[in-house]
Design a protein around this ligand. Sequence first.
Ligand SMILES: C=C(O[C@H]1C=CC=C(C(=O)O)[C@@H]1O)C(=O)O
Ligand SMILES: [Mg+2]
Length: 462
Amino acid sequence: MIETKEIKIDGVLQSAQQSITDSAPTFVSVTEQIKWINPIDFFQNGKEVGGDRVFWSSADRNTQFVGIGEAALLHDEDASYQTLQEKWQQMMKNTKIVNQFSQYKTGPIALGGFPFDAQEQSEELWSDFTGSKFRVPTFLLTVENDKAFLTTTVYIEKESNVDKLATDLVTDRNRLLHAETSTYRDNRIVLQHEVDPNQWKKLVKKATTTIETEQVDKIVLARELQLEFDEVCDLGTVLRELEKKQENSFIFAWEKDDACFVGATPERLVKVENDQLLSACIAGTAPRGKTEEEDKEIGQQLLDDEKNQHEHQIVVNMIKGAVRSCATSVEMPNAPVLYPLKNLQHLYTPVQAQLAEGYTLLDVVEKLHPTPALCGFPRESSLDFLRKFEQLERGWYGAPIGWFDQSFNGEFAVAIRSALVRSDQASLFAGCGVVVDSDPDIEYEETGVKFTPMLHALGGAR
Ligand SMILES: C=C(O[C@H]1C=CC=C(C(=O)O)[C@@H]1O)C(=O)O
Ligand SMILES: [Mg+2]
């Protein structure tokens, strides 16, 4: 039995409205503990209620968020970290918070992402995802270690009709929480098209030549796989598949109108909780074996392989430097271990540190992004190469996606193993670290395996 005082939203809104002065309209954020509900069912119910949806699950599944609707949007075309930070602090000053459960990742929380490269011109594909976008959902479900909470956030002005607002909120809340059966539909792919494999392999060759002859050690090249479905893709089904199959991976979805960026990434960029900082170096890849024995053998080969070690070490060096610059007591083991996923395994070096005074989670994100696991090294010359030669529009692929709370506790993952789904179409993205001895055919295969988690989740051949 959950013992909480029932919160009367109309009373909270009325008292907030009374406290509004002319200059400061108010956000009101009210958190209550609720009966456990499956987060993906809640996401699915959100479609009936209306409003854009967002989903987040930590890799260990201990923290899950589902947002429905948009109480506020923090949008910056230039993806400036500073602007975002200031906008958030300003918003928090004007927010009346009613929350007895703030230790459970509840209350006003912003969920969203950054572009891979703020200078990239967004064409058709990513037109709804320009710049950085962080959403404070109207309804935010937090499931934290099996406890469930609902945070309702609304914007009110002196003139707002708060009685009507409260009635509408209660209706939507009940639909979200009490819809008995959430329905799911299998997705059926009718068309599958890899964008220009031969041209992509030529680009890998061009990158290795550049690495040989110029001051650049690594360039991460991505490619695209396009799908078409027989009808509008059911995103709840996609999330269910990802949750079932993609262990050790963060799961995310960020919807805007008929588009949704969705994925299951193994790569933590950074987590900050009460100044404890966690990050990770993930680079270097091999497939999983079909038997336990074969799997172990492939894993050992990966650990011993010089090309993959080199790819990994470049990431370790950069992340170590970036974390050191804003943290104290950085701890990292000397050698990587294996990070097993359903379809592939990576070299993995975890990072632990204490955030230094004066820095926030967003400062660390700014320092880390883009790491050499997604861009290359050195950053400027590899980014130059991508801007000149990569055909793909990256949008939010390969960029930080995540959440933060009132005091900048939060977590960001790197949005790889992902797809942009738009109505009955999807674009999947996969990249790989090209170093001096990269072979185009092998990198092509590696990116092929990296498509499989999303391809399967979207209904592709198992
Ligand atoms: C760029 C991707 O993976 C990166 C992360 C882990 C391993 C990588 C690699 O071994 O090449 C990549 O650097 C992707 O999956 O799209
Ligand atoms: Mg690789």
